[in-house]
Design a binder for this molecule. Structure first.
Ligand SMILES: C[S@@+](CC[C@H](N)C(=O)[O-])C[C@H]1O[C@@H](n2cnc3c(N)ncnc32)[C@H](O)[C@@H]1O
Length: 230
């Protein structure tokens, strides 16, 4: 059987994946690397670091190619004062042959092929220290099955688009994510749907609509200020 997932080139020269069954890409076709750097690093991680936080627990929905994790690992290397732990979910891991054809490490200064491979090769369900101030734990489960006693400081909500995977954007799962966030925690996503903004506000997040990455007018950031409205 041929895999329904194949590599595509995006406009900034970085790769993404196309899932034929869903007719959906893993990143913006206007630039996968540019989108990840802008949505998750600049509008997410940078905000916490600018606030002076040094111990940062990140929760990602959708590990996929590992691009966001790789960018965070590179960030941690440049910022040795930080201690970052990265928790990610992926119920549909990529095949090793597909991973072997991904070349993000060649586009990101400061990370090696070994760094990229280690993200994918490390065990599931186990926290591993991949560099002195960056640890990773990957869970091979869908968001609906995830439970944790940890509180997270930053959420990368990188699910497929609401038109392709609507259940991921329903209030039941958003509420679950919100419950995992510490007060002051930041939620970022490439999506800017009105219903998402209303739902996040109802869950006690202060919602901002920010300019989007290339090819997208807007994106959403939310900061957890309180518990769910009674
Ligand atoms: C838009 S892609 C982004 C992936 C990744 N962040 C990247 O940069 O490659 C969405 C990812 O969510 C994963 N996914 C699908 N259903 C999921 C679920 N129920 N819970 C968590 N992740 C899911 C997909 O397999 C896919 O890897």
């Amino acid at each position: 059987m041929t895999s329904p997932i194949r590599i595509i080139a995006t406009e900034d020269g970085s790769q993404s994946l196309y899932n034929e069954a869903l007719n959906e890409t893993y990143h913006s076709t206007h630039g996968a690397l540019t989108e990840s750097q802008y949505v998750f690093i600049k509008q997410g991680l940078d905000l916490l670091v600018e606030r002076g936080e040094t111990k940062i627990d990140i929760f990602e929905v959708g590990f996929g190619t590992g691009l966001n994790a790789l960018l965070v690992q590179e960030y941690a290397k440049r910022n040795p004062q930080l201690t970052i732990s990265f928790t990610t979910l992926e119920p549909f891991p990529l095949s090793t042959s597909l991973i072997s054809e991904l070349t993000y490490d060649q586009l990101i200064a400061g990370v090696s092929r070994e760094d990229f491979e280690a993200l994918h090769d490390c065990a599931w369900e186990e926290q591993v220290n991949l560099s002195p101030n960056f640890s990773l734990i990957k869970h091979r489960i869908p968001l609906k099955d995830f439970a944790s006693n940890l509180g997270f400081d930053l959420v990368f909500f990188d699910a497929f688009a609401p038109s392709k995977q609507p259940e991921m954007w329903e209030i039941a799962l958003l509420s679950k994510v919100s419950a995992l966030m510490n007060t002051g925690a930041v939620f970022v996503t490439y999506c800017a749907r009105g219903q998402l903004k209303r739902d996040l506000a109802d869950l006690g997040l202060r919602v901002e609509t920010l300019p989007g990455p290339p090819g997208k007018k807007e994106m959403v950031r939310g900061v957890k200020t309180a518990n769910e409205k009674p």
